[in-house]
Design a protein around this ligand. Structure first.
Ligand code: XUL
Ligand code: CO
Length: 438
């Protein structure tokens, strides 16, 4: 095992009173909650791109962190050093999964054949590390948004040749995901959207995206991929109108094109915020459609209108997220920290602090959500709220055994009625606070 983080101890659970900056205060991997270990409820994953590649560059300034890991960037030595560093990092934290884009793993060459050769070499090396450590792949994806050829889209491009490059990258990324035993394969439509209708045929573009996805399903299944395909919705950034705006939009698209049996949704917290939704709304919409797949666990900033990809620290949001996850019976995927350190948190220690804080946030979310379910008042309130549908007329409605005429006659018989029951939002908020802080 490599030694990039020799000054960081193995991170273990020490409990909430610990002052050790390199210990978990709430994430106790083996602790059983509602019949399952914390680590089974929370299959955490490291995002290759943020943790091992991104070094703080933004629109206004260059790198602040050193992610060279002792090798020259842009070389295969560097690609291997990232593998070494990544596995050492995950082991120190007890993280059991990683997620990757193809070009996170190796420097992209001019010629796609050469890139693919490099990908074969690096994934051989990763497989060795995976065998050594037991660390697994949560999902893979193809980066079809960074290369300038994708400036007008990948599946939605106006160029048939560029569409072929998107197909080639999807094919290869699927092969790599299968090779690494990935549980899922993600489509995040980074450039799949548009800026102006003046130059865009929306119907044409959306149908082509569906074509690409159908080919991906056919090919993936033919090479033994048994996992879920995911759409990761995002409303904007980089495009003004991203086609996969939110979960509801993505689910409609999947159903329209007959892709809903093979796909689920990968919900990112910050993307929900950008869509003007809460994270839990996105989770609920996916769950009630049987499509709650995986989570990109991060958070945005309510004062900023872009994708800040911050490590999650908001315990209320994590609690409401875990409430949705527990009620849905868990995820088929996991919790990928699609998050980066702030630009001024630029040391190795900061990389660990970020993950410790984020893992503790989700552990708190899980502990709180379990308490809310065990308390039962919230569920009982909701059940009671809809009780009138247990009446004779209510049952007729639910069983589709009535008509507008019969319901209108019922209303006329009543003549007038009371307001429905109070929603009692403030009272419910106070129950949540009492459970969280009591
Ligand atoms: C971009 C984003 C991506 C996807 C994978 O906002 O979230 O990193 O998770 O392409
Ligand atoms: Co993401």
């Amino acid at each position: 095992m490599s030694n990039f983080f020799s000054n960081i101890p193995q991170v273990t659970y020490e409990g909430k009173d610990s002052k050790n900056p390199f210990a978990f205060k709430f994430y106790d991997a083996e602790k059983v909650i509602m019949g399952k270990k914390m680590k089974e409820h929370l299959p955490f994953a490291m995002a290759w791109w943020h943790n091992l590649c991104a070094a703080g560059t933004d629109m206004f300034g260059r790198d602040t962190a050193d992610k060279s890991f002792g090798a020259e960037k842009g070389t295969m030595e560097h690609a291997k050093a990232k593998v070494d560093a990544g596995f050492e990092f995950m082991q120190k934290l007890g993280i059991e999964y990683f997620c990757f884009h193809d070009v996170d793993l190796v420097p992209e060459a001019e010629d796609i054949k050469e890139t693919n050769k490099r990908l074969d070499e690096i994934t051989d090396y990763m497989l060795e590390k995976m065998k050594e450590t037991g660390i697994k792949c949560l999902w893979g994806t193809a980066n079809m948004f960074s290369n300038p050829r994708f400036m007008s889209g990948a599946g939605s491009t106006c160029s048939a040749d560029v569409f072929c490059f998107a197909a080639a990258q999807t094919k290869k990324a699927l092969e790599l995901t299968v090779k690494l035993g990935g549980k899922g394969y993600v489509f995040w439509g980074g450039r799949e959207g548009y800026e102006t209708l003046l130059n865009t045929d929306v119907k044409f573009e959306q149908e082509n995206i569906a074509r690409l996805m159908k080919m991906a399903v056919a090919y993936g299944r033919s090479i033994g991929f048994k996992g879920d395909f995911y759409i990761e919705p995002k409303p904007k950034e980089p495009m003004k109108h991203q086609y996969d705006f939110d979960s509801a939009t993505a689910i409609g698209f999947l159903k329209q094109h007959g892709l809903d049996k093979d796909f689920k949704i990968n919900i990112e917290a910050n993307h929900a915020t950008l869509a003007g939704h809460t994270f839990e709304h996105e989770l609920r919409i996916s769950a009630i459609n049987g499509m709650l797949g995986s989570i990109d666990a991060n958070q945005g900033d309510y004062l900023l209108g872009w994708d800040t990809d911050e490590f999650p620290t908001d315990v209320y949001t994590a609690t409401y997220c875990m409430l949705e996850v527990l009620r849905a019976g868990g995820l088929t995927g996991g919790f990928n920290f699609d998050a980066k350190n702030r630009r001024s948190s630029n040391t190795v220690e900061d990389m660990f602090h970020a993950f410790i804080m984020a893992m503790d946030t989700y552990a708190l979310g899980l502990i709180n959500a379990a308490k809310i379910i065990e308390d039962g008042r919230l569920d009982a309130f909701i059940k009671e709220k809809y009780q009138s549908f247990e009446s004779e007329i209510g049952q007729k409605i639910l069983n589709d055994q009535t008509s507008l005429e019969e319901l209108a006659a019922h209303a006329e018989k009543l003549g007038s009625t009371k307001e429905p029951k109070s929603g009692r939002q403030e009272y419910l908020n106070s129950i949540i606070n009492a459970i969280l802080f009591g």
